[in-house]
Write a protein that binds this ligand. Structure first.
Ligand code: ZN
Length: 418
């Protein structure tokens, strides 16, 4: 945690240090307003959210434009602060507008009321993932503008739809357009995750989903006999192969304290269906397997392994990939990446924060940007915070939220002046 009082250049943040009533804080009020706009799946109506963001752009004196690379129901508002050297590659601040669904009965506070409790915790869906980050970007720009600062590089604050359902009709459709190319993005900051310790996780890559459905056929007949070549024996063989691989990856993670879950390949058998009656040997069994592919595994070899396992298990096995994401090269965090060096300087040298670069275990919009070689760092400034994305009672502390604004302010000063 940084001491927010040390930053005299953010009045709102500074004032908050002495206040118990967080809802009087201007930044917290804007954040609460954004959290109250429902963008939960399914069938999200983005119109009220876009209207709010365009009002924010006006109040900040930002240029705004809404793009529709998919359809009018999938808007991408972009709020732009032109730099003094607009010919330089720009800085993109990405966040998604949508949030995952809630099961309201399990929440101790209503999930779209953004209530603040006595400990300063703001409860709402999206308070961590990731309406916080979207508003913190704007809070940082507000603080910079308040100080009369102009930055060299142009900043584009991009708000995307449908990230929570893969981003296929959101960022994925925007990235290949000439409109996107015209933004001339040099570097992007996107979402990360909360951290229950002092450390801030920094994400430079992601794992990729392989969702596989196996359909196993075998001999059927009376359940009192020993039939050969049954579907269940084939499924057992496949299960053993997957579970042995799972065990070895789990052990690799447990035996090496330098690894995080993003460094290994996870495997989970998620559904098994089959059988028609208690005394009939099932003619068919279906099994689905969720694999999250590490960036370090050989994708072609693993594909061959799966096919070999099926052949060894016997005939009559069909493999269907529900999802098979391609490996995308992670962002390189080395001395040739000037954005990374600036990012690290601000967090480690200037703010004396502990960081841990790692691979994100799940998928985000970032992969679509990395695919076209935009360097992306995933970062949500929430340390000493339980990881509550997609959970009941998702919250962020008001103090953590405001400290995040000060971190982004410092980051923008450095990154956009490179
Ligand atoms: Zn998210």
């Amino acid at each position: 945690m940084i001491n927010c009082c040390q930053f005299s250049w953010n009045t709102s943040v500074e004032m908050a240090c002495n206040k118990e009533n967080w809802s009087d804080n201007a930044e917290i009020k804007i954040f609460q307003e954004y959290l109250k706009i429902r963008t939960d799946h399914p069938d999200v109506d983005y119109a009220p959210c876009v209207e709010f963001l365009l009002q924010q752009a006006d109040s900040l004196g930002l240029v705004s434009k809404v793009y529709y690379p998919d359809s009018p129901s999938r808007p991408i508002p972009v709020l732009t602060w032109p730099g003094t050297s607009p010919e330089l590659p720009s800085i993109m601040l990405n966040s998604h507008m949508d949030v995952v669904a809630v099961t309201e009965k399990y929440w101790s506070h209503p999930p779209f009321a953004a209530e603040i409790d006595g400990e300063g915790r703001i409860f709402a869906r999206g308070s961590q993932d990731m309406k916080s980050v979207g508003m913190q970007y704007l809070g940082a720009i507000r603080a910079l503008k308040h100080d009369g600062i102009r930055l060299k590089r142009t900043i584009h604050v991009v708000f995307t739809p449908d990230e929570e359902i893969g981003g296929f009709n959101g960022i994925a459709k925007f990235v290949p357009t000439s409109d996107f190319a015209a933004l001339n993005i040099g570097f992007c900051i996107d979402e990360g995750m909360a951290s229950p310790t002092d450390e801030f996780p920094i994400f430079y890559g992601e794992r990729f989903v392989w969702s596989i459905l196996f359909r196993c056929r075998g001999s059927t007949g009376h359940a009192s006999l020993f039939h050969k070549n049954t579907a269940i024996e084939k499924i057992q063989f496949l299960m053993n192969k997957f579970l042995n691989f799972r065990k070895s990856e789990e052990q690799r993670l447990e035996n090496n304290p330098n690894l995080t879950v993003g460094d290994v390949t996870s495997v989970n058998i998620t559904t098994i269906n089959g059988g028609i009656q208690q005394n009939v040997v099932p003619p068919e069994i279906m099994m689905s397997v969720d694999v999250r592919m590490s960036v370090n595994i050989d994708y072609e070899q693993f594909d061959r392994d799966i096919n070999d396992w099926c052949k060894q298990a016997g005939d009559g096995i069909e493999i269907q990939f529900i999802q098979k994401l391609q490996r995308i090269e992670p962002t390189k965090l080395d001395d040739n990446n000037k954005y990374w060096l600036a990012f690290k300087k601000v967090l480690v040298n200037d703010l004396q924060l502990k960081i841990k670069p790692q691979i994100l275990p799940a998928a985000t919009d970032s992969r679509h940007l990395r695919e076209i070689n935009v360097p992306v760092i995933g970062f949500s400034p929430m340390n000493n915070t339980p990881v509550l994305l997609h959970e009941h009672d998702e919250f962020i502390k008001a103090s953590t939220y405001l400290e995040g604004i000060t971190i982004y302010k410092k980051l923008l000063l450095e990154l956009a002046n490179l």
